[in-house]
Design a protein around this ligand. Structure first.
Ligand code: F6P
Length: 371
């Protein structure tokens, strides 16, 4: 792989003065790769559009899109991206490049194949848009000498070093809308309604949507729950005259004396099992223990689909611009991140080293409203 991208191009036309760092006349056209990996999330297309728009129009680069995450790099399947063929995608959910949960480090000759593929396309820097797994691969490839820049993405919001990942805000809005809808039917039928949301290791979606939707109990992976305490909250609320309750549970939440609820034991290439079913378990436990009519709803992939919120479109666009700037400046091995209101660059391993679990203080805020 070529090390840095920034080279002086004699006679290159000066087009724009680029925000702070480089001017277009200081940048030689480079070939930038981009892939989207892991679970999709709203805002991926906004990142792609931003990388292409600034990469091509401002820096004069060529942008090569790899299909289906790391799978496309291993198989050297590409689409050439232009401002024209990435126009009109800002508001679209999913990813025009496709995604997969492929792990090159689990494939025979995986790292060599990645390097060969990038050499074949003469890629100067590869931008990986992903969560802990995709960016974990990017971090390891950096150590193997591959020029990488990472963009943090996941509806789970569990990546360190960034205050928020794009996709999270949209997922929270979808869950909050669901809670609002569950409220009216819960009230009509005097029921306890349990909403199971995503969040494998972190309860950010459950906590944010639970607070926004006024949930009466929120169960998260970070805090193994006591089922009797959950039932006590519900009984207490009903004794105070309420005829219904809403419980929001993250798929990774575990009862104190129990285990994660799994859909299947099968593991993906990163060693993850498929979680799901804790909501259904809660439905029968709450019904048996309290006698209240209880129903569970599993929101599933609805949380990841469809159009991104305005917030996520803006964050994803800012990340895309920051990523193409870092790639162009040769500042590789970095992940772009939101810290406060600023977009910064941090070493990739800071983003993926440890998972960002739920803020204690946020959970304490939510707890005030339980029961
Ligand atoms: O990583 C994001 C996420 O949506 C998790 O919240 C969830 O556990 C997982 O992906 C589900 O992934 P899939 O069904 O796509 O394998």
């Amino acid at each position: 792989m070529v090390a840095g991208v920034v080279k002086r191009a004699p006679g290159a036309a000066a087009v724009y003065r680029v925000g702070g760092a480089l001017a277009a006349e200081e940048v030689e056209m480079a070939r930038i790769g981009i892939l989207t990996g892991g679970g999709d999330c709203p805002g991926l297309n906004a990142v792609i559009r931003a990388v292409v728009r600034k990469g091509v129009n401002v820096y004069g680069h060529a942008v090569v899109g790899y299909r289906d995450g790391w799978r496309g790099v291993l198989e050297n399947r590409v689409s050439y991206l232009t401002p024209d063929n990435t126009s009109g995608i800002l508001h679209r959910g999913g990813t025009i490049l496709g995604s997969s949960r492929t792990n090159p480090f689990k494939e025979e000759r995986g790292v060599e194949l990645v390097k060969e593929s990038l050499e074949a396309e003469r890629i100067d820097c590869l931008i990986a848009v992903g969560g802990e797994d995709t960016l974990g691969v990017a971090d390891k490839l950096t150590a193997e000498g591959v020029s990488m820049v990472g963009v943090p993405k996941t509806i789970d919001n569990d990546l360190s070093a960034t205050d928020f990942t794009f996709g999270f805000h949209t997922a929270v809005q979808i869950c909050t809308d669901a809670i609002d809808r569950l409220h009216s039917t819960a009230e009509s039928h005097n029921r306890v309604l349990v909403l199971e949301v995503m969040g494998r290791h972190a309860g950010w979606i459950a906590a944010y949507s639970g607070i926004a939707g006024g949930a009466d109990s929120i169960l998260v992976p970070e805090r193994p729950f006591d089922i009797e305490e959950v039932c006590e909250h519900i009984r207490h609320r009903h004794q105070r005259g309420h005829s219904f309750s809403i419980v929001v549970v993250a798929e990774g939440a575990v009862p104190r004396e129990g285990q994660e609820s799994l859909q299947t034991q099968e593991k993906d290439a990163f060693g993850h099992v498929r979680l799901g079913g804790v909501g259904v378990w809660l439905e029968s436990e709450i019904k048996d223990r309290t006698g209240f009519d209880t129903r569970a709803t599993i929101l599933g992939h609805i949380q990841r689909g469809g159009t991104p919120t305005a917030y996520d479109r803006v964050l994803a666009t800012r990340f895309g611009i920051a990523a193409i700037d870092a790639a162009t400046e040769g500042d590789h091995g970095k992940m772009v991140a939101l810290q406060g209101t600023e977009i910064v660059r941090v070493p990739l391993n800071e983003g993926v080293g440890t998972l960002k679990t739920l803020d204690e203080e946020l959970y304490e805020t939510a707890e005030v409203f339980f029961g």
